[in-house]
Design a protein around this ligand. Structure first.
Ligand SMILES: Cc1cc2nc3c(=O)[nH]c(=O)nc-3n(C[C@H](O)[C@H](O)[C@H](O)COP(=O)(O)OP(=O)(O)OC[C@H]3O[C@@H](n4cnc5c(N)ncnc54)[C@H](O)[C@@H]3O)c2cc1C
Length: 393
């Protein structure tokens, strides 16, 4: 009887074990988990609701949502993509709901529904679970097991070093974090949400668009988290210090912004600039921007110079990122096992036969919205399928 060891009792580890046992009922599958409990990240994910996947309806290219690993995901989605994940959960008794933003959650709005599903399946299938079993040297398990699957999640510095002895690892840095901006006047606007802004790191191609939340430490919200993901390595290399441009209008073409302001100025010449807010900007934000640009006059008194100044403060408002602030709801690592070293269809090491990788340990990571769990399920499925094919051949 063939034996498989799965190192890591998280999302990818459980999914891989269940799928493998479903394919090969006579295989012995053991999960080794370093902690005293399994699936701890699933439990806290999505604010305790577990955003387990996404419909991908708003995604035109996987590179938008997987800054690293999108080619591999493209390939693996042909075998087991979001539709298959949706069906998998529903067929295993987890009813799902799709939110307006295309994020998918269990209908119960409780991550325990998924945890219970995995634990029940594991029990039914006879998967062995060894808790408090930290595996320092994965290769040592080949003494007892035929296949070893590493699903240990985002790598700590220590583990990164250990793995580097036998596989090339891209150093891990954090992704999905918010920015500290030390600007007292901005910080006073905490709690303010602007629905559609464009944020850019100047002199790079790094930018993103979406809602932005002003916090007491700086800026947060989907646009910032997305940018932190795209810019994860750039910001790490720059010690989390960089200029940041906020375009509060969300309109990329500054000429259109100028034209709109010009029209407002012509049609509202007798009104104070502060009393007529363009682009639906909130009063507090508009007053803050006018103060920053030192504009205190009527629309009709602005002239071309004044309108240019306004266009500039709305579209090119410059700040300094001064460090990384934690985002409590989701956090992943950028980096991990170098995809060049693994077979792109089976996720098996090219150097060490029968050693496989799935989940966040791979150099694949996504933006927020259920994309990271999707990567865990897809890669775990690919490994289970690859092992069953080897066994059956
Ligand atoms: C707070 C938070 C909320 C999140 N919310 C979402 C969300 O809603 N949607 C989404 O898509 N993504 C979310 N994520 C990301 C998601 O949790 C991860 O992408 C996903 O858990 C990765 O799965 P994994 O199995 O690869 O790793 P993990 O889930 O991290 O599992 C790895 C397991 O391996 C164990 N382990 C580590 N080293 C060893 C060792 N040497 N020996 C034995 N065991 C070991 C760990 O203890 C852990 O149990 C969130 C992340 C965080 C931190």
């Amino acid at each position: 009887m063939a034996k498989t060891a799965i190192i890591g009792g998280g999302a990818a580890g459980f999914f891989c074990a269940i799928q493998l046992k479903t394919f090969c009922s006579d295989m012995e599958v053991t999960i080794f988990e370093s902690k005293s409990r399994v699936l701890s990240k699933v439990e806290i994910s999505g604010g305790g609701r577990c955003n387990c996947t996404n419909t991908f309806r708003n995604v035109t290219s996987l590179s938008q949502v997987y800054p690293r690993g999108f080619r591999l995901m493209n390939r693996l989605f042909k075998q087991f993509g979001p539709k298959e994940v949706y069906l998998w959960f529903e067929n295993h008794g987890v009813d799902l709901v799709v939110q307006d933003d295309e994020c998918v959650f269990p209908k119960s709005q409780d991550s325990h529904t998924i945890i219970n599903c995995f634990l029940n399946e594991a029990y039914k299938l006879g998967i062995k679970i060894k808790l408090n079993s930290k595996i320092e040297n994965p290769l040592s398990l080949f003494d007892e097991f035929d296949y070893v699957v590493l699903t240990t999640g985002g790598l700590s510095h220590n583990y990164e070093q250990k793995l580097s002895d036998f596989i090339s690892v891209i150093p891990c840095v954090p992704s999905l974090f918010t920015f500290t901006i030390k600007d007292k006047a901005l910080n006073l606007l905490m709690g303010l949400v602007v629905d559609d802004v464009k944020v850019t790191i100047p002199n790079t191609k790094l930018s993103s668009q979406g809602p932005l939340l002003i916090t007491h430490w700086g800026v947060s919200g989907p646009s910032i988290l997305k940018l932190s993901s795209y810019a994860a390595r750039f910001l790490a290399e720059n010690n989390y210090k960089s200029p940041l441009i906020i375009n509060w209008s969300g309109i990329t073409n500054t000429d259109s912004v100028y034209t709109e302001l010009h029209d407002i100025s012509t049609n509202n010449s007798q009104k104070q600039v502060s009393s007529y807010r363009p682009f639906g900007l909130q009063t507090r934000l508009w007053e803050y921007l006018l103060e920053k640009a030192e504009i205190k006059c009527k629309w009709g008194e602005l002239g071309n110079k004044g309108i240019n100044k306004l266009t500039n403060i709305i579209c090119n408002d410059k700040y300094e990122i001064d460090g990384r602030a934690p985002f409590k709801d989701e956090f992943v690592t950028c980096g991990g096992v170098d995809l060049k070293n693994i077979n792109m269809s089976t996720l098996e090491s090219k150097q060490i036969p029968h050693l496989y990788f799935a989940g966040e340990i791979l150099d694949i990571d996504g933006i927020t919205g259920g994309f990271n769990f999707q990567a865990a399920w897809t890669t775990a499925y690919a490994v289970a399928d690859a092992i069953q094919r080897t066994v059956k051949n």
